[in-house]
Design a protein around this ligand. Structure first.
Ligand code: 3PY
Ligand code: MG
Length: 256
């Protein structure tokens, strides 16, 4: 399947109400990417906001993810136009945009990700279009790469209805750590106020028929099943480094 077919397959899954489950990478290594790409996820997001992945490492990481017929995405650092252009030119099938707090902010990022006429992104030869060989095909794909807005600040909830109405938004994605931190409740995921904020986001997503997503940061299969049962649709299951450390700690293996 080529990249555009994978984007369309994820879109059609989401629009049919089926969950799309991916995972997350922070270790800048193409062997790790190859393993993650073969693990059965629809997509793997490479994190440019946290961790130390650099733009020049993306082509090899994306190639390795694609060996498993998995779509590479990029979680942006800030969503500036230059960053959108660089990650998509490197071959990301879409972007996950952190800290979205208003519709205007999201529209700017959306337009920076799309070639004209849909947007304002600069047109050029790059890995995404095999340096011009697949230019015509890529012209279509570049009209609407996957667009996912992270809701991870309590102030975003005030503007959520406007954010959810942005044309071209494929899903929203809750960042539980930042959301809880913005409420003065860092990591307190069982706190009533935090749970109420989550419920509010989830209900508005249902009302506006925008797939709601979440990062299940700890590799906990029961938590993943619970999120699916609760109706989350765009779900990231854990992070390469977290999968490694949660499964490699000797005291938890042999007991202390
Ligand atoms: C958060 O929890 O804030 C995240 O960004 C997870 O991806
Ligand atoms: Mg975050």
């Amino acid at each position: 399947m080529n990249r555009n077919d994978k984007i369309n397959a994820i879109r059609s899954s989401l629009s049919n109400g089926k969950p799309s489950i991916g995972s997350w990478m922070q270790i800048p290594n193409s062997s790790v990417a190859e393993i993650m790409g073969q693990a059965g996820y629809d997509w793997v997001a490479v994190d440019l906001e946290h961790g130390s992945v650099c733009v020049h490492q993306l082509p090899n990481i994306f190639r390795a993810i694609e060996l498993g017929d998995t779509l590479p995405l990029a979680r942006l650092a800030n969503g500036h136009a230059k960053e959108c252009k660089q990650v998509l030119d490197a071959g990301a099938g879409g972007v996950i945009v952190p800290m979205i707090e208003s519709a205007e902010q999201l529209i700017q990022v959306r337009d920076a990700c799309r070639w004209p006429p849909a947007g304002k992104r600069g047109v050029g030869f790059s890995r995404a279009n095999l340096f011009g060989k697949h230019f015509e095909d890529y012209t279509k794909e570049a009209q609407s790469p996957l667009l996912v807005a992270m809701i991870e600040n309590i102030s975003a909830i005030e503007n959520l209805e406007e954010i959810l109405a942005v044309d071209g938004l494929d899903a929203i994605f809750i960042g539980p750590y930042d959301l809880s931190a913005s409420m003065g409740l860092t990591g307190k995921f069982e706190d009533f106020e935090f749970l109420s904020a989550m419920e509010k986001i989830h209900n508005l997503c249902k009302k506006y028929k925008v797939p709601g997503g979440i990062h299940v940061v700890s590799p906990d299969p029961d938590k993943l099943k619970k999120c699916i049962a609760e109706g989350y649709k765009f779900i990231a299951y854990s992070i390469d480094a977290v999968i490694l450390h949660e499964n490699s700690s000797l005291p938890s293996i042999i007991g202390k």
